[in-house]
Design a protein around this ligand. Structure first.
Ligand SMILES: [Fe+2]
Ligand SMILES: [Fe+2]
Length: 248
């Protein structure tokens, strides 16, 4: 097993580890700048592999920020190993996530980020966008790198299997197939609108945590995903409550 490196936008590197037994991949993203950022740490079990991949791109001890979408083992399991390896690094996470979990879990105090707050990394600008419960987790959020229009979209579009580093092939079908297996997405009335708001950013590239990076029509893919989840929410509501009569 090894971690593959691919540059998906200028100085934004996808670090990808495919776990054959699970037929599933785990990706992290390294933004190399004056203040380098690691988005998603990976599981503790793959820290040696991911650490080695980062070391091929820059000295690990120069990492400045460690961040992730929401608290889960694959998102932040190795956070404290990274803090130990990079003495000047701090964890940055959304305000809610810091309050609920990270203030306690992290070995050093985290930097709480407000919704829409921009981290100035030097030449790059990384904006935190809170997406509570999308795709899951009260503390869920993601990052948009404004200078390259790259949306680091975490678990959105999660797919099973191995994939190329970058693709223009459609990613909504594989995501819905994986959703049928995992049921990982929290279907609520805000799921569709939250994803559609991401489409409004008009990203050029999507960085998936479990799948390829996508360089096709990103806004269309996000709108398609939002519509598919809304259909599923309606179907689930009908299944549970039966058809709802129109309000008179
Ligand atoms: Fe997750
Ligand atoms: Fe994940």
């Amino acid at each position: 097993m090894e971690t593959q490196i691919a540059e998906i936008a200028p100085n934004i590197y996808r670090l990808s580890t495919y776990v054959e037994d699970a037929d599933f991949m785990f990706n992290q993203f390294l933004v190399v700048d004056e203040e380098p950022v690691l988005f998603q740490t990976g599981l503790r079990a793959i820290f040696p592999l991911v650490g080695n991949a980062v070391a091929r791109l820059m000295p690990i001890e120069q990492l400045r920020w460690i961040t992730f979408g929401h608290v889960e083992a694959d998102e932040c399991g190795s956070m404290n190993l990274w803090l130990a390896a990079a003495p000047n690094a701090e964890v940055a996470h959304g305000e809610v996530g810091c309050m609920v979990s990270v203030n306690d879990l992290a070995d050093r105090p985290p930097r709480p980020l407000q919704d829409g707050e921009v981290m100035n990394l030097g030449s790059k600008r990384l904006r935190r966008i809170e997406t509570p419960h999308v795709p899951h987790g009260w503390d869920a959020g993601l990052f948009y790198e404004e200078t390259t229009s790259t949306l680091l979209c975490g678990d959105l579009f999660t797919a099973i299997g191995n994939s190329p580093a970058l693709t223009e092939h459609e990613i909504t079908g594989p995501a819905l197939a994986a959703e049928d297996v995992f049921r990982a997405t929290c279907l609520t009335p805000s799921t569709g609108p939250t994803i559609r708001a991401l489409a409004d950013l008009k990203p050029q590239t999507l960085g998936l945590m479990h799948g390829p990076a996508y360089a096709g029509d990103c806004s269309q893919a996000l709108c398609d995903l939002a519509a598919a989840y809304e259909e599923r929410l309606d179907a689930e509501g009908t299944r549970i409550h039966g058809p709802v009569s129109p309000v008179t």
